[in-house]
Write a protein that binds this ligand. Structure first.
Ligand SMILES: Nc1nc2c(ncn2[C@@H]2O[C@H](COP(=O)(O)OP(=O)(O)OP(=O)(O)O)[C@@H](O)[C@H]2O)c(=O)[nH]1
Ligand SMILES: [Mg+2]
Length: 368
């Protein structure tokens, strides 16, 4: 029988811990094919959550406790995952809040997805059937919805609707592979970092709908301002899409710079200038994207297909040029020349960038 370990981080959850454990173990009784074990990771809660857990260990044999320093949610998960992997050899690790916001009755649905082949199951509040609490105030709703959209767009990974909710089932190999990379993410941003790492390593992600209920007892530990800052910082530093856009910007400067010097100072003919400047920008874009934007899918030098990939890159880039030429001709023909720069910016942002990002991912730096 396979083992699933539910890692339950707690900080001052003395009012919730008894009920959440009771509900988890009640559900566990109904699951035949899996052994369910719970590991509570308590960050030395002043309200003595750990004392309650110790007493409950007499009642539940599959209940472990790890007491850590108070270093944030991410650190609690890192310690909990490490301990679970070392001592319990699970096939699957669960993340779950201890404040009853996550319904233990959903556990079998997560396991079913794992059985069907998923590596990483996300409990999503934003797919059909999922929900955030109706009684949340407008700012809390906006904070949650917009936050998730910013991450989705920042990574240009629209297929994953939920980045921040910590109700997940993850195969052990995924966690093992990334535990060292995640050590720097001590707070709630750990959740975004773990999912991003899993996606980059080619883990198969599946979502199931979950209804998130507001905590009734105890208080929230989240520091919203710090959380927003850490999340935006993470997305900015780790998004292939943002890096790809920056590389495109560098390419533009190279193209423009060479054209300027060649035409203005060296008096070289325009057609030759354009070939040299555009191709230099393409080479720079290819190199920087390979080394930086798509480094998790980097094409190795020894690969005989490197040249072929570069050729495909050139074809896609030529496509951009054609789209831009046609787009500019059409828009200026219809609306006149007055605002040509506006049309150019719109075409680049809404057509060229998505087009090239899509095809580079599909044809050059293919998803694993
Ligand atoms: N071990 C440990 N657990 C933590 C820490 N911070 C938060 N938690 C736990 O992580 C889970 C989620 O934290 P919450 O404060 O409920 O955060 P939230 O769910 O985003 O916000 P609310 O539900 O509105 O309170 C809860 O079980 C907390 O007890 C920490 O530093 N250490
Ligand atoms: Mg909560």
């Amino acid at each position: 029988m396979r083992t699933a370990v539910i890692v339950l981080p707690t900080y001052n959850e003395s009012k919730n811990i008894t009920e959440v454990l009771e509900r988890i173990f009640n559900v566990a009784k109904t699951i035949d094919q899996w052994t369910i074990h719970v590991l509570v990771v308590d960050s030395n809660s002043p309200d003595k959550t750990s004392e309650i857990v110790k007493k409950l260990q007499n009642k539940y044999t599959s209940l472990s406790l790890l007491i850590t320093e108070k270093e944030g949610l991410g650190q609690a998960y890192i310690h909990g995952f490490s301990k679970a992997l070392e001592t319990l050899h699970p096939y699957v690790l669960f993340e779950m809040d201890a404040d009853l916001s996550h319904n233990p009755n959903d556990i079998p649905k997560f396991l079913k997805k794992i059985e069907e082949g998923a590596d990483f199951v996300v409990g999503s509040r934003y797919i059909l059937g999922g929900s955030i609490p109706a009684n949340w105030g407008l700012h809390r709703k906006l904070f949650s919805i917009l936050g998730n959209w910013i991450v989705r767009l920042g990574f240009m990974k629209l297929s994953v609707t939920e980045w921040t909710n910590g109700y997940r089932a993850i195969k052990s190999w995924v966690v093992k592979k990334h535990l060292d990379d995640l050590k720097g993410y001590t707070g709630y941003v750990f959740q975004v970092a773990l999912l991003d790492n899993a996606l980059k390593s080619g883990a198969k992600i599946q979502e199931i709908p979950v209804n998130f209920t507001d905590r009734v007892k105890g208080s929230s530990k989240i520091d919203s301002v710090e959380y927003i800052y850490q999340t935006l910082k993470y997305v900015f530093l780790n998004s292939s899409f943002i890096k790809f856009a920056i590389v495109g910007g560098i390419g533009f400067i190279i193209d423009f710079g060479i054209s300027y010097v060649f035409i203005e100072n060296l008096k070289i003919v325009v057609w030759m200038t354009t070939i040299i400047s555009a191709e230099t920008a393409i080479i720079s874009n290819f190199y920087l994207n390979n080394q930086w934007s798509f480094k998790h899918k980097r094409l190795s030098r020894s690969e005989s297909s490197l040249l072929w990939s570069f050729l495909k890159f050139n074809i896609i880039a030529s496509g951009s040029l054609i789209i831009q030429t046609v787009g500019m001709s059409v828009t200026t023909h219809i609306f006149g020349l007055e605002y040509w720069y506006l049309y150019k910016v719109i075409i680049i942002i809404f057509v060229i960038i998505p087009y090239s990002y899509f095809f580079y991912n599909k044809l050059v730096w293919k998803d694993k």
